[in-house]
Every structure is written in structure tokens, then in C-alpha cells.
Design a protein around this ligand. Structure first.
Ligand SMILES: [Ca+2]
Ligand SMILES: [Ca+2]
Length: 480
């Protein structure tokens, strides 16, 4: 019984299958089709067959039963036939000519098509560095008597939708008939240059019709294709502090984010500075922001460099700022990590206030200074007097240091590598009757100026280009 085929041979097609997999029909010469003779009492108008040898457990067909009765068209003998099938007349209005045969007695005929299988497999793709689209193939294993369709959707694993990949969902259809269709589902990865663990998500298939299995999943793995960033030597601060929350950061790990920073594009600056500031002198790569000061003629200037700032993008009041950076050096090079009052455009400098977290004369790369600038009630510029941190022999251009301030309503303290070297209490400022600007919001700036009043202009000892490299900027605030 196990190997017996189960074949329908009929000139009429309309074998009702009630969704089972049997629509294959063969024309058999020599049999007269008389399907519409409803007055022929020998013809059952409908019958139901239970056939244990086939996946087709039950089907309803309309049949010209007289052919079955008049001819021994079942290859299995009558006992088996009776045992394995029950024939009942059910409905009077279907007429289809058909009969059964089997390979061992009748001429071999194609078996009714088993349900095709869904052909999918786990897949791995390299992450890429930008956006990569891979075509995931979905195929069915063979011909299908009925329309095949199945739904699909992505489901997060360690990879997350929108962060690591673009979620997809939909429905696929195949056939009916000979199925050689491959559907390709586009899978988009959001790649980057970060060295990460391999990550995966699932492509889930569900609600399959006329296909097996009806539900299944495959795993799609995003393969890391990046080397870890180098370890940049020097002091590191922790990524978090007890009682504080990180409210803003840039690790400069993937790209330069215009969403976080504005980029100066101008040659008009104060302090008799010589540079033209532009986007071309700025890059992010291997975990660092690099601002390069160059000796080159551009827009009437002899030097170019870059300044970035967070005005209108990130402004804050009070907290801890950590900036890990390696300084340039050389006479006339003036790197600065600093802050200006967010209302500068409305009230101007110095009334808006200025906090120099770190500035350095390139002629003395072993010393950095922290200073406040503001305006007193008479409209005069005031400053706190620069307080500086000096090494005897080490230079800030040799390795990375973390320059920090801790700012609250009472004052600001300055740190190099967590060593406090300056503190200003606001009650000690010469504000007169002017409001204290340091109770308001500020924004961050980072730049490398060339020439000007602070360290004079470059001379023949100054080597170009000079680079300030920044590993991270993190701003924390007290919780609650
Ligand atoms: Ca990558
Ligand atoms: Ca970094």
C-alpha cells in the first residue's frame, strides 16, 4: 500500500479538492466525457474518497461514476478499494469524468503533486560600512497544484531593527503550476566601522498555504567586518559616574555627525587669528575626530583649520564635561576646548560668558590653562585669570589626556586626568550688578586656531600640518 500511487486521470479538470493538493488532470484518450448528464442515474454526482495511501486524506470530487462501475479502473482490488475508500453520493450537481489507476497495473502516470517545500536557509552576510542590501532567496521545492503563498517578517535577535537592519515584512506567492520562481527579499544592513560581535536576527515565515512547513524561521547573521580601533595611549575617564547620567556624547566612532555639531566656514575671526576655518580640515576615522591646521593659501588666508560647535544642537547648564584629546604643538598653534553662553547671538561676547576648559599655547605644549570670561555691570570684559596645569617634561601632544570641568550653581573646577588644578567660585567674580552668565546654558566648541594674540604667529620652527585629535566628548549631569 505504501508505494501505490494515486493518480487521477480525467478529461475533466474540476476535481474539487477542498484545498488539498490535487488538481493535476490528465486527458485519457478513448473515454467519452459525458459530464453533464444529470439524468444518468448510474452516475453519482459527487463522491467522497478517503485514501490512506496518500497525503490526500480526503477529497471531494464530482464524478461520472458509471465509468468507475463499468470498468475496473482501480488498480487496487476491490477489497482494498472498499477498505480504503468510502464512496458516497453527496451532491447532485457536479459532473466530472474521472477514474483512478495505479502504476503496478495501469500504465504509469504521474502521481499527484505533493505539497512543495519552502526552501530557505540560514544566511550570513558581512555588515559593510554604510548601507548594504542583500537579496535573500526564497524558493519552493517543486511544482504546485495550487497557489502557494506564505507571509514573512523579520524579528530581532541580538541585532535590532532600525539600528542594525531595516525590518521587512510581506507575503510571497508562487505558482500554481511548475514552480521555478525564486523570490528575493531585500535585506538592508546598517553597517558601520565599529568592531562588534556578530549579530543575528530572524526571518520568520508564517501562515503558509499549500506549502510545508507553514511556519519556520531562518537566522540571518550580520558578520563583523571591522578591526577594533587602536588603543590610543593616555589617560581614560570612566564612561559613567555614580549619581550622574550621561546627557550627551560624541565618541567619534562612526562618522562626523552634523546632527551634533555645527562646522564653522569662515575666515573672519577675532584675536588677529590667521586661519580660514572650514569643513575640509575636519575628519572622523578610527574613533577619532581630527582637526588639522594646514599651511596653505585659501580665501586670502595663509592657513586653514577647523572649528566645530554645538550651538542650537546641544546646550546645557551645569554638569561634568570630559574631553579626551591629544594636542598639536608649535609656535602660533592655539588649540582650544571651550564653551560660550547659548545667548551669545542675542547679547554678544563677553556678556554671554565664556568657559575655557582647555587652551594651550603651541609654543609651550607642556602647559594647559582654564579661564572664565564675562562682563561686569559697567560693560567691561573681565576674566578669572588663567590658571594652568604644567608638566616638567611631558607634552600634551605626546599622548591623550582628559580635560574636564565640573560645573554647578556655585562655581567651576578644572581637571587634567582627574587632577584638579583650578577652581572658580561665582561669588568671587567681579560681576558688579551684572547677572552671572554662568547660571545659564552654554554650548561646546573645539578648534585649532593659527596665529593671533594668544601665542603669536607661527614662525620657521612651526611644523605643519598640526593635528588635534579628540577621542570623545561626554557631558554628565547629576541624576534627578
Ligand atoms: Ca563594517
Ligand atoms: Ca573615540
Amino acid at each position: 500500500m505504501e508505494n501505490k500511487c494515486f493518480t487521477v486521470r480525467t478529461k475533466c479538470v474540476a476535481v474539487r479538492t477542498n484545498q488539498w493538493n490535487l488538481q493535476a488532470v490528465r486527458h485519457v484518450p478513448g473515454f467519452k466525457v459525458d459530464s453533464m448528464r444529470s439524468d444518468n442515474r448510474e452516475i453519482p454526482k459527487h463522491m467522497e474518497i478517503h485514501h490512506p495511501m496518500s497525503r490526500i486524506r480526503q477529497m471531494k470530487v464530482a464524478a461520472c461514476f458509471d465509468l468507475i462501475l463499468q470498468r475496473s479502473i482501480f488498480s487496487i482490488d476491490q477489497d482494498e478499494y472498499v477498505q480504503s475508500m468510502s464512496i458516497r453520493i453527496l451532491f447532485p450537481f457536479f459532473f466530472i469524468l474521472f477514474f483512478f489507476g495505479c502504476a503496478d497495473k495501469e500504465p504509469a502516470l504521474p502521481a499527484p503533486t505533493p505539497l512543495p517545500k519552502l526552501v530557505v536557509a540560514n544566511a550570513s552576510f558581512p555588515e559593510g560600512n554604510t548601507q548594504e542590501v542583500f537579496m535573500f532567496p526564497v524558493q519552493v521545492s517543486g511544482s504546485s497544484d495550487d497557489l502557494v503563498h506564505i507571509g514573512y517578517e523579520t524579528r530581532d535577535g541580538t541585532a535590532q531593527a532600525e539600528r542594525d537592519y531595516a525590518p521587512v515584512w510581506g507575503e510571497l506567492s508562487f505558482g500554481p503550476g511548475t514552480v521555478d520562481t525564486i523570490h528575493l527579499i531585500p535585506i538592508k544592513f546598517y553597517g558601520n566601522i565599529l568592531s562588534e560581535e556578530d549579530e543575528y536576527f530572524e526571518l520568520h515565515f508564517f501562515n503558509g498555504k499549500n506549502i510545508l512547513p507553514t511556519d519556520t524561521s531562518v537566522t540571518i547573521t550580520i558578520l563583523n567586518d571591522d578591526e577594533p580601533f587602536p588603543e590610543y595611549p593616555g589617560y581614560q575617564t570612566p564612561p559613567e559616574y555614580d549619581g550622574m547620567e550621561l546627557i550627551w556624547q560624541d565618541e567619534f566612532d562612526i562618522a562626523f555627525y552634523e546632527s551634533k555639531w555645527q562646522v564653522a566656514e569662515s575666515g573672519n575671526w577675532f584675536n588677529n587669528e590667521l586661519q580660514y576655518y572650514g569643513r575640509a580640515n575636519l575628519e572622523v576615522g578610527k574613533g577619532l575626530l581630527t582637526i588639522t591646521a594646514k599651511e596653505e593659501n585659501y580665501a586670502g588666508h595663509d592657513y586653514t583649520s577647523a572649528r566645530i560647535y554645538t550651538q542650537d544642537k546641544f546646550e546645557f547648564r551645569f554638569g561634568r564635561v570630559d574631553i579626551r584629546a591629544r594636542m598639536p604643538e608649535g609656535k602660533g598653534i592655539w588649540p582650544a576646548l571651550w564653551m560660550l553662553g547659548a545667548n551669545r547671538n542675542e547679547i554678544g561676547w563677553p556678556e554671554c560668558g565664556e568657559v575655557d576648559i582647555m587652551e594651550m599655547r603651541g609654543s609651550n605644549p607642556s602647559r594647559v590653562c582654564g579661564t572664565l570670561h564675562y562682563q561686569n555691570g559697567d560693560g567691561n570684559h573681565q576674566n578669572s585669570g588663567a590658571q594652568c596645569f604644567s608638566y616638567l617634561s611631558k607634552k600634551f601632544s605626546e599622548e591623550f589626556h582628559v580635560f574636564s570641568i565640573i560645573w554647578d550653581e556655585n562655581g567651576i573646577s578644572w581637571y587634567v586626568n582627574d587632577l584638579k588644578f583650578n577652581e572658580e567660585k561665582f561669588e568671587d567674580l567681579n560681576l558688579g550688578n551684572a547677572p552671572n552668565p554662568f547660571q545659564r546654558e552654554f554650548y561646546l566648541l573645539m578648534n585649532v586656531a593659527v596665529g593671533g594674540n594668544y601665542d603669536g604667529d607661527p614662525d620657521e620652527s612651526t611644523v605643519f600640518p598640526q593635528k588635534m585629535e579628540v577621542d570623545y566628548v561626554r557631558v554628565f549631569q547629576e541624576k534627578g
